[in-house]
Write a protein that binds this ligand. Structure first.
Ligand code: ATP
Ligand code: MG
Length: 197
């Protein structure tokens, strides 16, 4: 049997416990051997705001995932020039791991957007999709139609963490605490590099 590989895409600006919990729950609930975190290069759907340089986001992702033997980080999107499309990433991972079964892990908000992504049909041909519950986003409507319309999307219930990178950036800007929302090492990195001020 081939390996079951999770792919956790995100801007990770910064990575936080919501991302880590989602990836860990996916690994446990779906028996994934490994979860590859893939920080985006230039996310096309976030063209309206300034995204932190990819190297910072990559390093914070490495720091956050280092202690988990099942987690790895890929530079595939940040080393690729031009805008980031998940379909290109999945195609490349498919080639790198021809025998593996791919599981693309997202939160509810990202899954609701997926149908506006480039080539949704090809996406579903390349991977299974796991949509994690996330506070503030309702998957009920999606869940009702998903089994027939999108047999390759599975909703995954996880403990609710109302944490977002947007809120963390705002907290740093306002001098409010971020401890316990993300790993201590990532907090230190943010302070050391003066990010989000
Ligand atoms: P931003 O506020 O900048 O959009 P974010 O917190 O949404 O940041 P992203 O990097 O955009 O983080 O998200 C990457 C993936 O992680 C997405 O699929 C998103 O749905 C999922 N995710 C992020 N936070 C959570 C959370 N608290 N619970 C469940 N899924 C989450
Ligand atoms: Mg987001």
């Amino acid at each position: 049997m081939g390996r079951r590989l999770g792919v956790m895409g995100g801007t990770f600006d910064p990575i936080h416990h919501g991302h880590l919990l989602t990836a860990e729950e996916a690994a446990v609930q779906f028996g994934l051997h490994q979860v590859i975190f893939v920080p985006t290069g230039r996310p096309w759907m976030k063209a309206d705001r300034e995204v932190t340089p990819a190297e910072h986001r990559y390093l914070m992702t490495v720091i956050a995932t280092a202690s988990n033997p099942r987690f790895t980080v890929s530079r595939i999107e940040i080393d690729r020039p031009g805008p980031t499309y998940t379909v290109d990433t999945l195609r490349a991972l498919r080639e790198q791991h021809p025998d593996a079964e791919l599981f693309f892990v997202t939160g509810a908000d990202a899954m609701l957007e997926i149908f506006h992504w480039k080539d949704p049909e090809e996406l579903f041909a390349l991977a299974h999709f796991i949509a994690a519950t996330r506070p503030g986003y309702d998957l009920a409507h999606f869940e009702a139609e998903a089994p027939t319309a999108h047999p390759k999307v599975t909703v995954m219930n996880i403990p609710a963490l109302a944490i977002s990178s947007t809120d963390i950036r705002q907290r740093v800007r306002e001098g409010r605490p971020i401890r316990y929302l993300l790993p201590e090492g990532v907090k230190s990195y943010i302070e050391k590099e003066g990010l989000y001020r």
